[in-house]
Design a protein around this ligand. Structure first.
Ligand code: ADP
Ligand code: MG
Length: 387
């Protein structure tokens, strides 16, 4: 789960990371009020969407008067901001952050990620801040430094000093960098975050380090114990189908092909998508109904999968262990009838109560395309899509 920049900044501030004074606004009038309350002469108006690259796309504007703050907020709110991370349709801006503009002397990159190889939190830092770190890593790999943290002893001061000195932070900046790194590390550990990125970490007022941007992503599987983080969730930034699916205890993942997949279990989902691809097709999405799926759950699964207009056929692939094929079949029949499904539905059932399940489908009088095994099912689904 991702949160907005202003939320990440509030969180990091509570851990002792310096951030510019500012507040979120949902309307241009509120944005102007925030600027007046903050005082000063220059403000930055920043579109709050769950994507980076806003600066280059016009989503970060420097305002020299409260009138300008109001104008920029008015332009941004309700518009779709297209950045290199949003895709061509962009993201709808519904909140802006208004904060003090600071005079930047230098910009650095500071990131914390979980490195899958070492299975450890790794600090990534660069003297080339404000830019895309992936790009810097390609063009100037010598400017990117990494330090892996041993989870048993945590991030040590000497490691922070090593990272800070590698990117050229010296003198008064050094102890500040150490404090900031340790604060972010504590935040990540406490809040079950997967990634935290400060880009840029800037030097302002000659010798003050401050986080001018912040991005934090959290582990969805830990949200049940992270109530504060859960409360920051912005459903408008998520795929409505994924939100609806999670409400029904289903896992939905959107992809870009034409075959909707209803399966049980993530492993079977992968195998199903491989089989579709092998037959020359592409999955539009996959929906994992999990174990012990009731007929109602299966009906909901069909409805969610069909909300994607690019779905031309549905492939149901169930290998029932805890599940029961007769329940799955009942759910599919219910869905076919109540949702008036026009798209062809290829069904492969195996495992618990498979005979009852097949019998129900055969005697339903509905036009299910039944398949004997995964290969057969994938072949049939691709064939119907290709007409
Ligand atoms: P993004 O990464 O989405 O482009 P940032 O928050 O990093 O957005 O903003 C882009 C650039 O705008 C920063 O690299 C920085 O130079 C400038 N900037 C952002 N916030 C401020 C601020 N409060 N004061 C001055 N400049 C800022
Ligand atoms: Mg940034």
């Amino acid at each position: 789960m991702n949160i907005h920049e202003y939320q990440a900044k509030e969180l990091l501030k509570s851990y002792g990371v310096p951030v510019p004074a500012g507040a979120v606004a949902f309307s241009y009038a509120q944005a102007a009020n925030v600027a007046e309350d903050l005082g000063g002469e220059r403000w930055v108006v920043k579109a709050q969407i769950h994507a980076g690259g806003r600066g280059k796309a016009g989503g970060v504007k420097l305002a020299g008067s409260v009138t300008e703050v109001r104008q920029f907020a008015d332009q941004m709110l309700g518009s779709r901001l297209v950045t290199h991370q949003t895709g061509p349709d962009g993201s709808l801006v519904q909140r802006v952050l208004v904060e003090q503009a600071r005079d930047i002397a230098a910009e650095y990159y500071l990131g914390f990620v979980i490195d899958r190889g070492s299975q450890r939190i790794t600090v990534i830092a660069s003297s080339e801040g404000g830019m895309d770190i992936e790009e810097v890593n390609k063009t100037h790999p010598e400017c990117v430094f990494q330090e892996t943290v041993d989870p048993a002893i945590g991030l040590r001061d000497f490691q922070c000093r090593k990272v800070a000195s590698a990117i050229g932070l010296r003198g008064k900046l050094m102890p500040q960098a150490v404090k900031i790194m340790k604060a972010i590390y504590r935040c990540i550990r406490d809040k079950d975050a997967l990634l935290a990125e400060i880009n840029p970490l800037a030097v302002v007022d000659k010798d003050q380090l401050i986080a001018l941007d912040a991005k934090i992503s959290f582990d969805d599987n830990a949200l049940y114990r992270q109530h504060q983080i859960n409360g920051m969730r912005d459903f408008d930034e998520e795929d409505p189908k994924e939100v609806e699916a999670s409400g029904h205890g289903l896992n939905y993942i959107a992809l870009d092909g034409s075959i909707g997949c209803i399966v049980n279990g993530a492993g079977l989902a992968m195998a199903t998508m491989d089989a579709i691809t092998l037959h020359g097709g592409r999955p539009a999405n996959f929906l994992d109904v999990g174990g012990g799926a009731s007929p109602e759950k299966v009906t909901n699964a069909c409805r969610i999968v069909l909300q994607d207009p690019s779905v031309k056929a549905i492939l149901v692939n169930i290998f029932a262990g805890i599940n029961r094929c007769d329940w799955i079949a009942r759910g599919l029949i219910q869905a076919m009838e109540s949702l008036h499904i026009k798209a062809p539905m290829v069904v492969r059932l195996a495992g618990t109560n498979v005979e009852e399940g097949r019998e129900l489908l055969d005697s339903s009088g509905l036009s299910f395309i039944t398949a004997q095994n995964l290969d057969d099912a994938a072949g049939k689904a691709v064939a119907v899509v290709k007409g």
